[in-house]
Design a protein around this ligand. Structure first.
Ligand SMILES: Nc1ncnc2c1ncn2[C@@H]1O[C@H](COP(=O)(O)OP(=O)(O)O)[C@@H](O)[C@H]1O
Ligand SMILES: [Mg+2]
Length: 237
């Protein structure tokens, strides 16, 4: 059965300020979604709520099929959220990659094989023994992707994965995300601008004025023009 995420009447407020109210959103397995919106509109908050990391004030997020044996009712084992600034543990790169898998259990041998595969996949093999906190921004982002990849998520939230990265690092991240998509991982990527990663997305959502708008992507538009896309071009969902 395909993984499906359904949002219903989701409202988030901070104090008296309503950040957003989202009536309906459905994300189906295999989709690639760009969540667009100016800084401060609530992209991070929305993604964290959808990933089960934050609570909405009202409304629901349902991920089906449900996994009842998981330790928390809200966090789904097949759903992973990657922070904009990847968190690294004060240990070697290889241990950072192994961390999630160790938590989930499995034989030592199996963990070892998978960690090696993940390091190769994210092109971090040569940095395996290096302290993770010594990595560059691009390398940290690849480490975060390796940590996600190893857990084989079916839905992956990427929060501004290319913010502050140089062109080469952006290309590498885009290539890894493209591979995840080919493997069938559903991806939602937040970014206030179009870039190599958001270009991989076939669905575009705009968070603006506290509401979510289903968007139209203009394939041939240069990034700069696309990033200035007027809200009128979006039809209310
Ligand atoms: N815990 C919090 N308490 C109060 N305000 C918050 C909290 N978290 C986020 N906000 C506010 O909500 C707004 C949206 O934040 P965020 O979701 O990070 O937006 P975006 O990712 O689109 O830049 C910001 O104005 C931010 O200051
Ligand atoms: Mg954000």
């Amino acid at each position: 059965m395909g993984l499906e995420l359904t949002v219903d009447n989701l409202v988030k407020r901070f104090g008296t300020r309503e950040l957003f109210a989202i009536e309906q959103l459905q994300v189906r397995e295999g989709e690639s979604v760009h969540l667009k919106g100016e800084n401060g509109v609530g992209k991070t908050t929305l993604m964290k709520i959808m990933a089960g990391l934050e609570k909405p004030c009202s409304g629901t997020v349902i991920v089906t099929p449900k996994q009842r044996r998981w330790w928390s009712g809200r966090i789904h084992p097949d759903v992973i959220y990657l922070h904009q600034t990847p968190y690294v543990f004060m240990s070697k790169v290889i241990d950072n990659v192994a961390y999630g898998l160790k938590l989930r259990g499995g034989s030592r041998q199996n963990i070892k094989i998978k960690v090696k595969q993940a390091l190769v996949w994210a092109r971090l093999e040569h940095l395996a023994e290096q302290p993770a906190h010594s990595l560059s921004g691009g390398e940290r982002q690849r480490l975060a992707l390796a940590r996600a990849w190893i857990l084989a998520p079916r839905l992956l939230f990427l929060d501004e994965p290319t913010a502050n990265l140089d062109r080469h690092s952006v290309s590498t991240v885009a290539e890894l995300v493209s591979q995840l998509l080919k493997q069938g991982t559903t991806i939602m990527v937040s970014s206030h601008q179009s870039n190599r990663v958001t270009e991989l997305c076939t669905r575009h959502l705009l968070l603006e004025g506290g509401a979510l708008h289903e968007g139209v992507h203009h394939e041939n538009m240069p990034h700069e023009i696309d990033s200035m896309m007027e809200p009128q071009r979006y039809a209310q969902h």
